[in-house]
Ligand binder design. Structure first.
Ligand code: FES
Ligand code: FES
Length: 152
């Protein structure tokens, strides 16, 4: 049976009627039509679907809707403010860190979370923060370069 769930999405309160065990990923993409968050593996392995819930990175393919009641959710759409890109988005552009449309939103959200808690991380810390985000094709050098620059 569907239930009504209210939470904050990118600083805006939203209410959805959905199944309690519906995946956050589907609530975002299908119920709310907020499609920046992408599905890769659907099994919690690739990080493509990373969003922040109450400031913490989670795989939205594993989070049931029932856990969202009253939560604060931030997706890639919430990074830019007032038509200004987030510094991490600027850095990805500059360094070619945005490689494909499937993995990039998850990398951006995970990197933005690192920026919020650690203004000057080491390269190793950047790699650790992004360890849950997989790229199956081009590799991580440009992504790590972009994050290191954005946070320098
Ligand atoms: S789609 Fe969620 S971790 Fe891969
Ligand atoms: S999976 Fe996106 S660039 Fe490799």
């Amino acid at each position: 049976m569907k239930t009504s769930i209210t939470f904050t999405l990118n600083d805006r309160e939203v209410t959805v009627d959905t199944l309690p065990m519906a995946r956050l990923l589907d609530v975002l993409r299908e119920d709310l039509r907020v499609t920046g968050t992408k599905e890769g593996c659907g099994e919690g392995e690739c990080g493509a679907c990373t969003v922040l819930v109450d400031g913490h990175p989670v795989n939205s393919c594993l989070v049931p809707a029932i856990q969202l009641q009253g939560a604060r959710v931030q997706t890639v759409e919430g990074l830019a403010q007032d038509d200004r890109l987030h510094p991490i988005q600027e850095a990805f552009l500059k360094h070619g860190g945005a490689q494909c449309g499937i993995c990039t939103p998850g990398f951006l959200v995970a990197a933005a979370e690192l920026l919020a808690r650690e203004p000057h991380p080491s390269r190793a810390q950047v790699r650790e923060a992004l360890a849950g985000n997989l790229c199956r094709c081009t590799g991580y050098q440009k992504i790590v370069d972009a994050v290191v620059e954005a946070l320098a």
